[in-house]
Design a protein around this ligand. Structure first.
Ligand code: FES
Ligand SMILES: [Fe+2]
Length: 355
């Protein structure tokens, strides 16, 4: 599988990288170990010792941001260069180094740059909503692993017509099937909008709004920033009234390919224009926002997309020509953008190799 490399991927929530701990991830097929440096930054390097290939995450973090290999004790600095050899004369061969990856924390997430080009922090998409929202209005910062190609989850998130069926009751219902769909593209960013008029509110939204099942207008606009970042602006408002009179969520989703067939999926949601029902109910809404979304992604999306992945890998089940429907406008468009970006990256690689 060819991945976009000169771009940022989410490696973890910032709170998952705690001082003194080693955290391992596989990203774009590469084993990586991360830790928090003494100045509060993030170190990320190949999780394979340069000597006999032991996994560094099984080693020890020593004072001075030194990572000691568990096998024969070579010590590496956060830049992946060996700084101490406890054996013989202590000579450090120039080849005693492992690849290090640029990594930083922004919007409460840890971002890692997997390419060879210089990293550009300004290319991290705007998720400042995660910085500014109060904890009471923010769901748990959660994550799960899906045994699927991340592109299948991308298709899922860019075609939210599935909520009426797969997440019936929680995020959609029979009324939310008919929707006006529009797609807008700017650079490497895509917006896919669904607008539904005069519908029964999906459970999660009713919980936050009137809590009476009364009819609403409902919207969901999913922003996609290549290759795997999503911001879903979704809400409900009284029928024929402006959105400012309603309430909703800003749902964030981050897909990171582990391998061609497994994906790390980080997610959290923030309430927007919240209606307050008092401390106790607001706390319950926060808990339900966390639990219902996890339930939808883990027990519903994951199950169906993993089955879809198995079908795609099964020569007896797969078809080379899937039927396309109007609802596929977003998925078709993102594939085109991604293919264009992959072609650009390949062309630049060839150009720099032949320069
Ligand atoms: S394998 Fe790491 S020091 Fe030998
Ligand atoms: Fe879903």
């Amino acid at each position: 599988m060819t991945y976009l490399r000169n771009t940022w991927y989410v490696a973890a929530w910032g709170e998952q990288i705690r001082a003194g701990e080693l955290v391992t991830r596989r990203i774009l097929g590469e084993p990586i170990v991360m830790f928090r440096t003494e100045d509060g930054g993030i170190a990320a390097m190949a999780d394979v010792c340069a000597h006999r290939f032991a996994p560094l995450h099984a080693g020890k973090l020593l004072p001075g941001d030194r990572l000691q290999c568990p096998y024969h004790g070579l010590q590496y600095g956060p830049d992946g260069i060996c700084v101490h050899n406890p054996h013989g004369q202590g000579r450090i061969p120039a080849s005693a180094r492992v690849r290090s990856y640029p990594a930083l924390e922004k919007h409460t997430l840890v971002w890692i740059w997997m390419g060879e080009d210089a990293p550009d922090p300004s290319r991290i998409p705007d998720f400042s909503v995660l910085d500014t929202a109060s904890p009471q209005l923010t769901s748990k910062r959660d994550w799960l692993r899906m045994d699927v190609d991340y592109l299948l989850i991308t298709e899922n998130l860019l075609d939210l017509s599935h909520v009426s069926f797969l997440h019936e009751g929680i995020l959609g219902n029979e009324d939310t099937v008919p929707a006006a769909i529009s797609v807008e593209e700017r650079g490497a960013t895509l917006w896919v909008s669904r607008v539904m008029s005069n519908v029964r509110p999906p459970g999660l939204f009713d919980l936050m709004f009137k809590r009476d099942g009364g009819r609403v207008d409902h919207w969901a606009t999913m922003r996609w920033d290549s290759p795997g970042c999503f911001l879903n602006d979704a809400g409900v408002t009284p029928v024929n009234r402006p959105r400012e009179e309603g309430t909703g969520i800003l749902g964030t989703h981050f897909l990171t390919p582990e391998t061609a067939e497994t994906t790390l999926y980080h997610f959290a949601a923030v309430r927007q224009n919240p209606v307050s029902w008092g401390e106790a109910i607001d706390t319950d809404i926060r808990a339900q926002m966390s639990e219902l979304r996890r339930h939808a992604f883990e027990d519903q999306d994951k199950v169906i997309i993993e089955a879809q992945q198995r079908a795609l890998l099964d020569p007896a089940a797969r078809t080379d020509r899937p039927v396309l429907l109007e609802i596929d406008a977003g998925p078709v468009r993102f594939r085109r953008i991604l293919e264009r970006m992959l072609a650009q990256e390949a062309a630049m690689r060839i150009a720099s190799a032949t320069a």
